[in-house]
Design a protein around this ligand. Sequence first.
Ligand code: AMP
Length: 403
Amino acid sequence: MIVLVLNCGSSSLKYQVLDMRSNTDYTLLAKGLVERIGEKVGDLTHKVPGRDNYHIEKPIADHTVGIKSVLDILTDKEHGVLSALSDINAVGHRVAHGGEFFFDSVVIDKGVIEKIEKCCELAPLHNPANLLGIKAVETLMPGTPQVAVFDTSFHQTMPKYAYMYAIPYQYYEKYKIRRYGFHGTSHKYVSRKACELFGTDFNNSKIITCHLGNGSSITAIKDGKSVDTSMGFTPVEGLPMGTRSGNVDAGIIMYLMEKEGLSMNEINKILNKKSGLIGISELSSDNRDLDAGRESGNEKAALAQKMLWYTIKKYIGGYIAALNGVDMIVFTGGIGENSNTTRENVLSDMEALGIVLDKDLNNQARGKDMLISKPESKVKVAVVTTDEELVIARDTMNLTTKK
Ligand code: AMP
């Protein structure tokens, strides 16, 4: 079956079209990106494997126009990959926040839309855009089944003592303030895939997944269920990221606001856009630039990376304690899949916890699935490439073809 996967952001949307024959047998037909939706001139980049990329610039007023442009290019005689829109059997959407409503992916109906609307307050930048995408598909492809796959749902199995914040209980009751966690699709996918590849029973195992990219989070998974994760009420908690601060003493926020006379918007921008790797290094949010900076003697670049490595190490240690041991640690995301330096620095001097890295294997692991621990390591360490779109396509296929 043909599945269209949509990931709608506030002013952009990403798409993939996959021909799904089964969970493991599939072909990527096309993928692309629409950017600058709502601006004077928007653009669409369309990629078909084996062909030159195709790029159009034109005004794209809103998400409906953006999705219409995608559907037009997918069925275009010269650049398309489908003979008609009716070839698309179902549409899968990445949805940022499912609150406490969704433990898994769901077929979208009126009730689901209402619940996603209720979660807009929790993800004000993302959920409204996701809803625009769902509504645009309803308008342009009426009757086509749609599925929502949530970034938060995998983490809904966390115990209450792990997801509550120690602030007055009434704020949980009034506003649902609690840890939700994100990147759930990726943590679930790589943990399961690592178990399949490296001979561990997913439903009877202790796994720590490190999704390290521009946004980063670490998850503790017991018997196939997320039991703790580093991102929280919002994706700003946890590790230092490209531009996000990760954990800071809440007292700093009040102190800084007072000292600098900052508004809510300004402090929000500092913590989300000006902190993390770019904040410390004053050089770049991109880990590759920091590698280059550190190698050429830039101390702030080196400090930013050391802070990241150290925080990852602390989370891994904490989650080993929470899980009472670990069978496998999995690295994924742009940094986790590609940066041998990050993995080596995180995992060095952890023999006391049963982790023995094979440095040669670690140096070979770049964007491919492989074990990087020594045979004598009690804990397996794996690099596994993530593929969130594939998970969305699979869930969409499985939910819409269920009897
Ligand atoms: P993502 O958000 O998952 O696309 O990850 C982006 C991050 O991965 C950026 O910080 C990149 O610098 C980092 N990254 C990608 N490739 C490499 C590489 N070969 N070595 C080190 N970092 C990398």
